[in-house]
Design a protein around this ligand. Structure first.
Ligand SMILES: O=C(O)c1ccccc1NCC(=O)[C@H](O)[C@H](O)COP(=O)(O)O
Length: 260
């Protein structure tokens, strides 16, 4: 079993437990009272490099990253530093995240929020919407073409912007065929956990200019941000470098301005 397959197996078990506690009908009923979602695309298409700053406690590749006591305060610092959106890891077993983190961040910031998780079931999309997410992540490597198409439609029906994540040429082709408008190139191979910052540059041209391109993972320095910007990134998604930094507001500002 690959790392990704083992993460997804755990996600499905946790999902079954939540579904037993909160039935789908309860989530559906809650949809009526929600505020409209925020659209991140105008910012991502605005010309400057957008920073999607992540709340990330732990990871399968690095173990414990940061003791985040107040995820809302961290997200607020990111927003003050100029982040275009906040990514909140909600997967519990491997990343130490939760829907409570998503709730807390949503309540504190006025910029778009991404529910970063392993989306494999319709239930999770309703959860994402009810807990205040504006974006959701669709990882091509863990979905069939039929699931990708179905989940893109579901996200759109709920007003959620899908960030479609790829790592290989074949996944780029599948993402484009599905009609994705926002594609994230993960520099981390989710099967081996190896990180190669050059992966974004390898795949960017294949994706093309008409799609908003996000460089994900392994971005630590302003020079890294400038490199992927030069290769065509509209946005970067950064976790470890920010949660380990003593001054997250300044760290976001430095990454955003490096590429101007
Ligand atoms: O971060 C991991 O080790 C990881 C392992 C398996 C699946 C997903 C994983 N990370 C999710 C992410 O995509 C990253 O959190 C995100 O791109 C930020 O990466 P980084 O800046 O390198 O923390």
């Amino acid at each position: 079993m690959t790392v990704l397959e083992s993460i997804v197996a755990g996600v499905r078990e946790d999902l079954d437990r939540r579904r037993a506690r909160v039935p789908l009908s309860e989530l559906e009923a809650a949809l009526d009272d929600l505020r409209p979602t925020l659209d991140p695309m105008p910012h991502f298409r605005g010309g400057d490099l957008s920073v999607i700053a992540e709340v990330k406690r732990r990871s399968p590749s690095k173990g414990d990253l940061a003791d985040i006591q107040d995820p809302a305060a961290l997200a607020h610092s990111y927003a003050e530093g100029g982040a275009a959106a906040i990514s909140v890891l909600t997967e519990e077993r491997r990343f130490g995240g939760s829907l409570a983190d998503l709730d807390a961040v949503r309540a504190r910031v006025g910029i778009p929020v991404l529910r970063k998780d392993f989306m494999v079931d319709e239930y999770q999309f309703l959860e994402a919407r009810v807990h205040g997410a504006d974006l959701v992540l669709l990882i091509v490597a863990s979905l069939t073409d039929a699931e990708l198409t179905r989940f893109l439609g579901l996200a759109s029906d709920l007003g959620l912007t899908p960030l479609v994540e790829v790592h290989t040429e074949e996944e780029v082709d599948r993402a484009l065929a599905s009609g994705a408008e926002l594609i994230g190139v993960n520099n981390r191979d989710l099967k081996t956990l190896d990180v190669d910052l050059a992966n974004f540059g390898r795949l960017a041209a294949r994706i093309g200019d008409g799609v908003v391109r996000v460089a994900e993972s392994g971005i630590f320095t302003p020079a890294d941000a400038a490199k992927v910007r030069d290769e065509g990134a509209d946005a970067i998604l950064v976790g470890e470098a920010l949660v380990r930094h003593g001054d997250p507001e300044r760290a976001v500002a430095a990454l955003a301005s490096a590429a101007r």
